[in-house]
Design a protein around this ligand. Structure first.
Ligand code: FES
Length: 105
């Protein structure tokens, strides 16, 4: 599993998603509840950026129609989205945030 550095840990504000790209793949980084999560940045319902949504209770809400995706699993817990979005493993090494594009299920 190959991890790449995506940003500094101090660049992530609590509950404020940060969009990054890894080899052209858009990823939303979210620091919340003492952890950092990486979730694919495109909603599974339509082509909009999840990083523009709000974070609450370890979920990120799509700003367009309101589906909420679990940051741990990528699964939506509310309609209209029915398909999960990929989530990616995260490592913190010192001041660096690293992400692997290998998917966790
Ligand atoms: S585009 Fe995200 S829920 Fe519709």
């Amino acid at each position: 599993m190959t991890f790449v550095r995506v940003c500094g840990a101090d660049e992530l504000e609590e509950d404020t998603p940060k969009r990054v790209e890894i080899d052209g793949t858009p990823v939303s980084l979210v620091r919340t509840e003492g952890e950092v999560f990486a979730i694919h940045d495109i909603c599974s319902h339509a082509n909009v950026s999840l990083s523009e949504g709000e974070v609450d209770d370890c979920h990120i809400e799509c700003w367009l129609h309101g589906s909420r995706f679990d940051l741990r699993s990528g699964k939506p817990d509310s309609l209209p989205a029915t398909r999960p979005v990929p989530v990616y493993p995260v490592k913190i090494e010192g001041d660096d945030v690293l992400v692997s594009l290998s998917q966790e299920s």
